[in-house]
Design a protein around this ligand. Structure first.
Ligand SMILES: Nc1ncnc2c1ncn2[C@@H]1O[C@H](COP(=O)(O)OP(=O)(O)O)[C@@H](O)[C@H]1O
Ligand SMILES: [Mg+2]
Length: 259
């Protein structure tokens, strides 16, 4: 068996009396798009904060391609190739789409280093262009980010995570606030990206989850309630009871048809 992309061992985070992430353990195999679902407060975002070292954990370990990254500083985790988007959208509204990508890539390379070769700049510009093309944002390259539709902002955010060529992308509720049409477009893009990058997505929209995920983890109170493919999760009685609370016919295998 090949080494997992991510191995999480007894990962734990407490906030005062709350155990937000409670001895969480699982492996993520390469090439599988993992969705994490669960009610508000389940610990999903905190889990991302621990993986990206934005928060220190209280116990446990995270291994990335076999390397212990638990106590690495955030910029080093990022440099190893783990990139994330935030639940709250965070682009620079006064800059154009292309400038947002450019400045993110420059920040990642160490800002405006005086001795940096022009070649590196050229390579970075090409990456900006590639990223614009990959996300269908090229026609919007010169638009101020503050004037974009919600769906385009979300794609730009994904672009800002992609620009430094990550190996693992963590997406926190990327479709939150999107119209159905924007959601469809974003889901198609994310599926496309998943062919070349490992992705974990936190997502509340079950339709999206069943369409997009190879593998689903249901979190509740910081721990794993269930794990399986879309069909299994849709059929899991505990998941229905504890989380979905949906009547039988609200959650059909048809939803999980892409499994
Ligand atoms: N920085 C923080 N300080 C205190 N409590 C927090 C903090 N971040 C999250 N929590 C708490 O931890 C629990 C898990 O939150 P979160 O990871 O945001 O859940 P989810 O993303 O699944 O909705 C919640 O009870 C939340 O209130
Ligand atoms: Mg959250």
């Amino acid at each position: 068996m090949s080494e997992p992309v991510l191995r999480v061992e007894s990962l734990t985070k407490r906030f005062g009396g709350i155990t937000a992430v409670d001895a969480l353990s699982f492996d993520l195999a390469g090439g599988r798009l993992l969705a994490i679902i669960g009610p508000n407060g389940a610990g999903k975002t905190t889990f991302f904060n621990l993986v990206s070292s934005l928060l220190p954990c209280d116990g446990g370990r995270v291994l990335f391609h076999g390397r212990d990254i638990t106590r690495l500083r955030p910029h080093l985790v990022s440099r190893l190739g783990i990139k994330r988007t935030l639940q709250i959208k965070s682009v620079f509204p006064q800059l154009t789409v292309a400038e947002n990508l450019w400045i993110t890539s420059a920040a990642g390379r160490g800002f405006l280093h005086p001795f940096r070769a022009a070649a590196s700049d050229r390579a970075a510009r090409e990456r900006v262009d590639d990223t614009l093309a990959e996300l269908d944002l090229a026609p919007l390259a010169d638009r101020l980010a503050g004037t974009l539709s919600y769906g385009d902002v979300a794609l730009l955010e994904i672009g800002m995570a992609l620009i430094s060529q990550p190996r693992l992308l963590l997406l926190d509720e990327p479709t939150c606030g999107m119209s159905p049409a924007e959601t469809t477009r974003a889901v198609a893009k994310i599926r496309e990206l998943a062919r070349r990058i490992d992705i974990i997505i936190i997502e509340h929209d079950m339709e999206v989850v069943f369409e997009i995920a190879d593998d689903i983890i249901v979190m509740a109170q910081g721990a794993i309630l269930a794990r399986g493919g879309p069909r299994e999760i849709a059929a899991d009685a505990r998941v229905r009871e504890a989380y979905l609370g949906a009547p039988e016919d609200d959650l059909t295998v048809e939803d999980a048809a892409h499994a």
